[in-house]
Design a protein around this ligand. Structure first.
Ligand SMILES: Cc1ncc(COP(=O)(O)O)c(C=O)c1O
Length: 435
C-alpha cells in the first residue's frame, strides 16, 4: 500500500488544487467514529465527513440496506422507470418535516442541487425572481448556491459574474455585535434600497450556520422571518443540509424555533455517506414547476434512498436525538472548562451536538486567531484526531461527532483537543510554572 506522502504527491499532480484536502491522511477503512489511514494509523473522527455521518461510518444497518438494494438493481433513473424505495423515503420525509398541511418531496444528488432546486421551485410558485440570503451563510458551490453563499473567499472569488437578484442581510451574531433587531432592520433596508418585497421569491436561511461558524439563529429571529414571509408572500427556505437529522437534538434544527418552513433543503446525513439530497415542502409550492422542470439522471439513486430509509430507522430506534443532547452536553461542558484555563477560547456555543469553539486573541471577539486554529487542526491530527475548522475568518473549530460514537471515544477525542490546545498556547508551561 502506498504511503500518505506518496499518495499526496500523486494527488497533487493528478487532482486540481481547487479541491483542497485539510489533512494528508489517505483513508483505508472506517467504522463508526474511527478511521484508519493507509499506513495503519488510527484516527478518531470528529469531522464526520462534514456532517454526513450522524449515524457513523458504514452503520451496519445502512450497509445491509445498501447491499440488499444492490442485489436488486442500482440504477434505472427515476425519471424513466421509478421505484418504491424513493416513494417510501419521500413519504417518510413528508411526515417528518414540520408543517401540518400536505407535503411533497423531490430527490437530487448534492446539497447545492437541493438549494438550486428550492429557488427554482420558489420562483415558479411566486412568479418572482429576487432571493435574500445571509452573510456568512453557505449554500454550495454551483452558481445559484454560490451566489447565495455569504462568503467571498474562497467560494466566489474569481468566479463571477454571479446570478443576479440575490441580496444579503447580516446574520444575527450577538458575539460579534449583530443583534436580531439589526438583522431585521437590514432586511427592511434591502426592501427600501434594493428590491421591493413584492418581487422577492424566497428568503433562504440556515437555522444554525454551518460553514459560517456554527452560529445559532435565535428562535425569535426565525419567527420574525416567518412573519415577514407570510406578510409579503415570500417562500421561506430553511437550509438544514448541515443541521438536520438529529444533529441538534431534534430531527431538524428548525424545530427549536417552532416555525414551519415553506421549503426545506436536506442532504449530508440524510443517507449516511451516500450522495442524496432533497427538497421537502408544502405540496402547493412543490408542485409549481411543470412536469420535466425538475430532475437529474442520478436524482434519487435507489442505493442512496435505501441508505436514507435505514438512516431514518437508526435515528429513531437508537434515539439519536437524545444521544445528540448527551454528546452536546459532554462537548460543551469540557470545552467551557477548558475555556476558563485558555484565553484563546473566545466562545463555546452550540445546539445539541452541533458544537463549536471560536479561537481569538486575548478573549477579544474581534481578533480571530486563524493561525492557532490551523495549528490545532494539524496538531490534533498528529495525535490521532480529525477535527474541522470553519467560520468567516477560519477561526472556529466545529465538532461533528457521529451521534453513534461511544462515550469513551468522545472523551478520548476531547482529551486530544485539550492537550493540543495546551501545548499550542503554552498553557502547559504556565500550569507547570505555577504549580
Ligand atoms: C448548509 C449547507 N447548504 C448547502 C451545502 C452544499 O452541499 P453540497 O456540498 O452537498 O453541495 C452545504 C455543504 O456544506 C451546507 O452546509
Amino acid at each position: 500500500m502506498p504511503t500518505n506522502a506518496e499518495l499526496q504527491a500523486r494527488r497533487d499532480s493528478a487532482i486540481a488544487r481547487g479541491i483542497s484536502n485539510q489533512l494528508p491522511v489517505f483513508v483505508a477503512r472506517a467504522e463508526n467514529a474511527e478511521l484508519w489511514d493507509v499506513e495503519g494509523r488510527r484516527y478518531i473522527d470528529f469531522a464526520g465527513g462534514i456532517a454526513v455521518l450522524n449515524t457513523g461510518h458504514v452503520h451496519p444497518r445502512v450497509k445491509a440496506a445498501v447491499a440488499a438494494q444492490l442485489e436488486a438493481f442500482s440504477h434505472t433513473c427515476f425519471m424513466v422507470t421509478p421505484y418504491a424505495v424513493a416513494v417510501e423515503l419521500a413519504e417518510k420525509l413528508n411526515r417528518l418535516v414540520p408543517g401540518s398541511g400536505p407535503k411533497k418531496s423531490i430527490f437530487v444528488t448534492t446539497g447545492a442541487e437541493a438549494v438550486e432546486n428550492s429557488i427554482k421551485i420558489a420562483r415558479a410558485h411566486t412568479g418572482r425572481s429576487a432571493v435574500i440570503a445571509f452573510g456568512g451563510g453557505f449554500h454550495g458551490r454551483t452558481f445559484m448556491a454560490m451566489a447565495l453563499t455569504g462568503k467571498v473567499a474562497p467560494y466566489k472569488a474569481g468566479f463571477g459574474p454571479m446570478p443576479g437578484d440575490v441580496y444579503h442581510a447580516p446574520f444575527p451574531v450577538p458575539y460579534h455585535g449583530v443583534s436580531v433587531q439589526q438583522s431585521l432592520e437590514a432586511l427592511e433596508h434591502i426592501f427600501k434600497y434594493d428590491v421591493e418585497a413584492a418581487r422577492v421569491a424566497a428568503i433562504i436561511v440556515e437555522p444554525v450556520q454551518g460553514e459560517g461558524g456554527f452560529y445559532v439563529a435565535p428562535p425569535e429571529f426565525l419567527q420574525a422571518l416567518r412573519r415577514l414571509c407570510d406578510q409579503h408572500g415570500i417562500v421561506l427556505v430553511i437550509d438544514e443540509i448541515q443541521s438536520g437529522f438529529a444533529r441538534t437534538g431534534r430531527m431538524f434544527a428548525i424545530e427549536h424555533s417552532g416555525i414551519e418552513p415553506d421549503l426545506m433543503t436536506l442532504a449530508k446525513s440524510l443517507a449516511g455517506g451516500f450522495p442524496l439530497a432533497a427538497v421537502v415542502g408544502k405540496a402547493s409550492i412543490m408542485d409549481a414547476p411543470g412536469p420535466g422542470g425538475l430532475g437529474g439522471t442520478y436524482a434519487g439513486s435507489p442505493i442512496a434512498c435505501a441508505a436514507g430509509l435505514a438512516v431514518l430507522e437508526v435515528i429513531e430506534s437508537d434515539n439519536l436525538c437524545a444521544r445528540a443532547e448527551v454528546i452536546g452536553a459532554t462537548l460543551t461542558g469540557a470545552l467551557r472548562e477548558l475555556q476558563r484555563e485558555i484565553p484563546a477560547i473566545g466562545e463555546v456555543r452550540g445546539l445539541g451536538a452541533m458544537v463549536a469553539m471560536e479561537l481569538v486573541r486575548n478573549r477579544d471577539p474581534h481578533a480571530p486567531d486563524t493561525d492557532l486554529t490551523k495549528a490545532l487542526v494539524k496538531r490534533a491530527a498528529e495525535k490521532g484526531l480529525v477535527i474541522l475548522s470553519c467560520g468567516l475568518y477560519g477561526n472556529v473549530i466545529r465538532f461533528l461527532v457521529p451521534l453513534t460514537a461511544p462515550d469513551a471515544i468522545v472523551r478520548e477525542g476531547l482529551a486530544i483537543v485539550a492537550e493540543s490546545l495546551r501545548e499550542l498556547t503554552g498553557a502547559v508551561t504556565r500550569a507547570a510554572a505555577n504549580g
